[in-house]
Ligand binder design. Sequence first.
Ligand code: NAD
Ligand code: UDP
Ligand code: UDP
Length: 353
Amino acid sequence: TLPAYHHRVAAAVHSVGKVPLGIKRKGLRIVVTGGAGFVGSHLVDRLIARGDSVIVVDNFFTGRKENVMHHFGNPRFELIRHDVVEPLLLEVDQIYHLACPASPVHYNPKDLAIVVGIGVLNCAYKTNVVGTLNMLGLAKRVGARFLLTSTSEVYGDPLQHPQKETYWGNVNPIGVRSCYDEGKRTAETLTMDYHRGAGVEVRIARIFNTYGPRMCLDDGRVVSNFVAQALRKEPLTVYGDGKQTRSFQYVSDLVEGLIRLMEGEHVGPFNLGNPGEFTMLELAKVVQETIDPDARIEYRPNTEDDPHKRKPDISRAKELLGWEPKVDLHKGLPLMVSDFRLRIFGDHKEGAT
Ligand code: NAD
Ligand code: UDP
Ligand code: UDP
């Protein structure tokens, strides 16, 4: 006989969208760590909408209550302020593990200590390692399925282009970015250890650059920087010569991929990203076209160890998850701009074009 987990998942998954009006499907109990953040909050919206019970675990380091406030009062929603580097006891069916300081301005432990007033050691690396260990321990104890949101950064400054999941990467283990990329590589290792050694059901997603509404306004990532700068009538800061490339994925495509991965039968890793590749100067141009054709460009020195190019090969996700992104940059950017405009200017039309 199948374990209880499989019955619950099968009942829940097969009934999505097929339940006749008036008949309730059996929901899952799902924890989303980092659920008050950008990606997590969109994932939570989808899980709540399909009838599951969701517990968000977040220390609000880069996340915001505002991202999930619309679920307050829903008995199927719970929010716990908790740092995942501390152990946590919960009874759940699935764990989406997203908690991680995910932006470059938070990589530097000294900055991190200043920003949140905590010990220097408590940086991205500790969250990726100890936090992931704790969530795997939880998954093992309660027999939950565990999904890790890893990153395209595990490929480092890639010597293979586009990147396939079989590529082992080119990462500087002692560089300024290593707490993030080596942290995620270790998190992947731990995940596979618990899978092989303790039989935990695991899934690994390698996420490529993602943008959309609710992104942190000032966390230093390129899309949020350019959009906020153009709206505020500030110059767009292009680092280096602007010829480095990234591939930008709209958040709803990512959420669809994460759910398909969790519900599917394959461990992964799976690249989840949009293969549409842009140089930073091309991105700046799309932002100008979307917000302000007069926005100026200002060149700044590039950051250390910046990957020169990045583009996902998504054949594996296409074949095994039946997934591919649907929203291209020209369609997705305006959706993000409306959200940023509202958050920067409130209801006033000041600065709006
Ligand atoms: P985000 O910063 O908006 O969300 C991360 C969330 O984790 C925040 O709510 C933050 O408060 C929380 N958090 C951080 N440390 C924590 C801790 N120790 N305990 C509890 N909560 C903690 O970032 P995001 O873009 O939504 O990223 C979500 C996940 O996706 C991250 O794991 C990130 O590494 C991964 N990812 C994102 C991208 C992207 O382009 N957005 C790309 C690759 C990977
Ligand atoms: N853990 C947790 N919640 C649980 C079970 C475990 O936070 O429900 C933590 C536990 O404190 C430990 C980590 O997960 O630090 C790994 O747990 P595991 O049982 O695999 O390892 P052990 O405790 O045997 O070292
Ligand atoms: N970047 C830029 N201007 C900015 C912020 C970033 O030109 O204001 C560049 C950065 O140097 C990198 C690219 O944009 O080459 C993507 O940076 P981001 O931090 O968004 O993502 P990641 O480097 O993690 O892929």
